[in-house]
Write a protein that binds this ligand. Structure first.
Ligand SMILES: Cc1cc2nc3c(=O)[nH]c(=O)nc-3n(C[C@H](O)[C@H](O)[C@H](O)COP(=O)(O)OP(=O)(O)OC[C@H]3O[C@@H](n4cnc5c(N)ncnc54)[C@H](O)[C@@H]3O)c2cc1C
Length: 236
């Protein structure tokens, strides 16, 4: 059983949940947990959430985006309050993970809340003092939809070997060169790694986004074996 100890608003519809999980065994960046809620009448609902934090004792952080009319996410982003217990299982997932012993260049491509496990990788890289070259391409609807905005700005400036690029699909900042549009091959070529460098690619977000980006990466020449994907659910 876990307990919510604090929350942080990321956007008007997403918040980070800081959980205390006594006896937490630790995890790898990219893994997720299953959160199970039980109603007063015994009805249960379970959903997966990626871990946003690197290993930190019994602390585990998740970031949840409220899905309109969803069963679980509006509760976790709204009603769920510090001091409340929640059932948590995990860590789970052994494929969509980054290990701090991996020195290969990494390309991280996030769509919306798909940033969560990729942020865990960026944080784990910093915590381990890893020099693995990292490039993040983060596709969001508008600047107001960016999770971890301040931290990403700071890490882009201060974390040697990390670069962060945004892509806007609905509304770009006023000084942005060009109109908002879907992430395409041009952005992946310009801000990713050349396939010859054999980067490991991690793509996470809504199902449609992940499938489109993974296909583009393979068409650009990346080895499908090195393109790892995590699908969060519905197409954006
Ligand atoms: C491995 C894994 C990791 C995940 N990590 C995260 C995470 O870190 N943060 C996070 O916010 N979510 C994450 N998700 C998605 C999460 O598990 C839920 O699907 C999401 O919170 C919606 O649950 P719900 O009960 O609120 O909505 P539901 O009641 O299940 O669905 C309501 C409606 O919303 C649609 N829908 C379901 N999921 C999504 C979605 N992801 N995006 C848009 N529409 C959707 C459904 O098709 C349905 O029409 C992850 C999913 C997986 C499989």
């Amino acid at each position: 059983m876990a307990e919510l100890v604090a929350t942080r608003g990321e956007t008007p519809t997403a918040r980070t949940l800081v959980l205390d999980v006594p006896g937490w065994p630790g995890h790898l960046a990219g893994q997720h947990v299953d959160v199970r809620l039980t109603a007063a009448d015994g009805y249960q609902a379970s959903r997966s959430y990626s871990i946003a934090s690197p290993v930190d004792g019994d602390r585990v952080e998740l970031t949840v985006q409220a899905v309109p009319a969803g069963e679980v996410s509006p509760y976790l982003t709204g009603t769920f309050a510090p001091g409340d217990p929640v059932e948590l299982r995990g860590p789970a997932g052994g494929w969509f993970v980054w290990r701090d012993t991996d020195a290969a260049p990494a390309l991280l491509v996030a769509g919306g809340s798909g940033i969560v496990p990729l942020m865990a990788m960026i944080r784990a890289r910093a915590a381990a003092g890893s020099a693995a070259p990292f490039r993040l391409i983060y596709s969001v609807r508008t600047p107001g939809h960016v999770f971890y905005a301040e931290e990403l700005r700071r890490r882009d400036r201060d974390d040697a070997g990390l670069s962060v690029t945004f892509a806007y699909t609905r509304q770009a900042p006023p000084d942005w060169p060009g109109p908002p549009r879907r992430l395409g091959a041009a952005e992946l070529r310009a801000h990713g790694w050349a396939p010859e460098l054999a980067p490991r690619c991690y793509v996470c977000g809504p199902t449609g986004f992940v499938e489109a980006v993974a296909e583009l990466l393979v068409r650009l020449g990346h080895d499908p074996e090195r393109v790892r994907t995590e699908r969060f659910g519905a197409t954006a």
